[in-house]
Ligand binder design. Structure first.
Ligand SMILES: Cc1cc2nc3c(=O)[nH]c(=O)nc-3n(C[C@H](O)[C@H](O)[C@H](O)COP(=O)(O)OP(=O)(O)OC[C@H]3O[C@@H](n4cnc5c(N)ncnc54)[C@H](O)[C@@H]3O)c2cc1C
Length: 398
């Protein structure tokens, strides 16, 4: 490990990998550090990603695609279900990855582009000079080392501490932190090309249960519930166990993870002097779905592009780095984060009776004939008791 780099990337997830790869491709000396002993494990993810989003960064490869998804099924609390085909589900369907291999592939690509990579290496503190980030102290092979850098890219995920150490407020309100649990279940009856989402305040308060296929008879079966609804006896894992006992009693659990997903608005500012924050560390997971792989890659790449320009001009001040913050905020991704935040805020107010009514009326429609807006208009006509919620939804979508 050198004592100095142009860019130090903290975290070896998709955000960090894209940042390091892009920085190296731009001719910068880049170093990626990951605190875990191996990239990609443990997998804290349901591994779903839209096709378009993925192809922007890497050619799909069977080595790290577990399943191709053709549609999404939505199940109401009363069991009514509707299936949304690929055309309408858009980014909600695509591939189910094998992130153990996928994350590694991304980091290998960063290494092949010229970035240094170190696992089992943890950032323990930023190096600060005159209020500006100048690198990090890292715990490497049992000793603390100082690694100087013109710029640090904090890609340290949902549990991110680096940005906070540098003075940014990264707090996620409890109600906007989804508490998640997931099993890889095998020997279960599923449609291997369909993702299934179960809604209901009893089974998954302010969240949902997902079944994402990983092969013919294997799936990621998981749950996310609002942190404020997580209580003794009703933790995410308890609710998931109940669902599985009911739905897949013969399923065999071969993997079990727990984790958190933020469904809040992004950090108010994602840059500081000598620092850029990307992906989950910047709270950029989609507030509706909890999906954050694509957004981490988008912002990781953008961070390195902006970094390259600023470093070449010798100015990595907050102001000079603002094109990163403005860039993602004004992009399609940034706009969709804001829109989906507002939709989520409407959805979590719906009780089970309203969820049933909505899904029942949508299930009677031939969704091929509807855009999302015309669908909401139709739902308004069919559900006069939900006028308020649906009108708010319509105005967000418009
Ligand atoms: C249960 C669950 C299901 C999910 N399902 C989906 C899904 O289906 N689709 C989707 O798109 N998203 C999903 N997500 C979200 C997705 O996993 C994240 O949005 C995505 O991984 C974010 O990428 P990232 O690079 O920002 O962070 P991460 O992938 O979390 O990577 C951050 C890395 O930084 C490392 N790190 C942390 N601190 C330090 C430090 N001090 N020093 C060095 N390294 C450090 C961590 O070990 C980690 O490897 C899910 C999340 C959960 C919890």
């Amino acid at each position: 490990m050198k004592r100095r780099y142009d860019v130090l990337v903290v975290g070896g997830g998709p955000g960090g990998a894209l940042a390091a790869r892009t920085a190296a491709e731009k001719g910068l000396s880049a170093c990626l550090i990951e605190k875990r002993p191996a990239i990609g494990v443990p997998v804290r993810c349901a591994e779903g990603i839209g096709k378009e989003a993925l192809k922007e960064f890497i050619e799909p490869d069977d080595r790290w695609i577990s399943a191709e998804v053709h549609g999404a099924q939505i199940v109401a609390p009363d069991g009514t279900s509707m299936t949304v085909e690929q055309k309408m589900a858009g980014s909600k369907v695509g591939y189910i990855l094998d992130r153990k291999i996928f994350d590694r592939e991304l980091v290998w690509q960063a290494a092949a582009a010229g970035a240094d990579v170190f696992v089992k290496t943890r950032a323990v503190a930023p190096i600060m000079e005159d209020g500006r980030v100048r690198g990090a102290t890292v715990a490497f092979c049992g000793e603390d080392r100082k690694v100087a850098a013109d710029l640090v890219i904090a890609a340290d995920g949902i549990e991110s501490k680096f940005a906070r150490w540098c003075g940014l407020d990264t707090t996620v309100p409890m109600r906007e932190l989804m508490s998640c649990a997931q099993y890889v279940l095998t020997d279960i009856d599923i449609d291997p090309h369909l993702t299934v989402f179960y809604f209901g305040n009893r089974i998954a308060p302010e969240g949902y249960i997902w079944v994402f296929p990983k092969g013919e008879r294997t799936a990621n079966v998981g749950i996310g519930i609002s942190g404020r609804k997580s209580k003794d006896g009703h933790r995410a894992r308890h609710l998931l166990d109940r669902f599985i006992a009911d739905r897949f009693p013969r399923g065999k659990m071969v993997e079990c993870i727990v984790g958190g997903v933020s469904v809040c608005r992004p950090l108010p500012c994602t840059v500081a002097d000598g620092l850029i924050v990307v992906g989950d560390a910047a709270r950029l997971a989609d507030p509706m779905t909890g999906g954050g792989i694509a957004n981490a890659m988008i912002t990781g790449r953008l961070a390195a592009e902006v970094a390259a320009g600023c470093i070449s001009k010798g100015d990595v001040s907050r102001d000079a780095l603002m094109p990163y913050d403005d860039g993602w905020r004004l992009s399609r991704m940034g706009k969709s984060l804001e829109k989906n935040y507002r939709i989520k805020e409407i959805f979590i107010t719906l009780d089970d009776a309203k969820l049933n009514a909505l899904i029942q009326s949508a299930s009677r429609l031939d969704l091929k004939d509807f855009s999302v807006l015309t669908l909401v208009r139709e739902l308004i006509q069919r559900n006069p008791k939900m006028l308020l919620e649906l009108k708010s939804l319509y105005s967000v979508l418009k």
